[in-house]
Write a protein that binds this ligand. Structure first.
Ligand code: 5GP
Ligand code: ZN
Length: 116
């Protein structure tokens, strides 16, 4: 998607602080971190949201979750983290390229975040 900001990060047209990358997914620091560790994990292939996934996306969705702990530990959240996937209008998703927020740090993240 040529006008998608996260596709542009995948393509290297917009800079990002990458923390993990393989052939299917990319993880980079959120530009406006809500906690000491705040990483976005995205499929490299454009998927708009959890509301638009198909069976073809099952493997990459699983990979995003399967890599979350490794990414969180490496970034300074060794004792757990929270995963948030805002979806669509009601979920107040702002960037229409599916992404999992991994939030954490040395201390507990507190109650459910009001807005991430
Ligand atoms: P959403 O509300 O869609 O779940 O979250 C979008 C997230 O993307 C926000 O936390 C926002 O700070 C982050 N974000 C938006 N634009 C950029 C960008 O250009 N670079 C990075 N690294 N993060 C971004
Ligand atoms: Zn995209």
């Amino acid at each position: 998607m040529s006008d998608c900001i996260f596709c542009k990060i995948v393509d290297g047209k917009i800079p990002a602080q990458k923390v993990y990358e393989d052939e299917d997914i990319l993880a980079f620091n959120d530009i406006n971190p809500a906690r000491p560790v705040h990483v976005l994990v995205i499929p490299k292939r454009h998927i708009t949201s959890l509301a638009t996934v198909s069976d073809d996306d099952t493997a990459v969705l699983g990979k995003i979750l399967a890599k979350a702990n490794e990414i969180a530990v490496a970034q300074g959240s060794p004792d757990g983290f929270r995963v948030i996937i805002n979806t669509g209008r009601v979920g107040q998703q702002e960037v229409p390229h599916l992404h999992a927020h991994i939030v954490g740090g040395p201390e507990p993240v507190g109650p459910m975040l009001k807005r991430i």
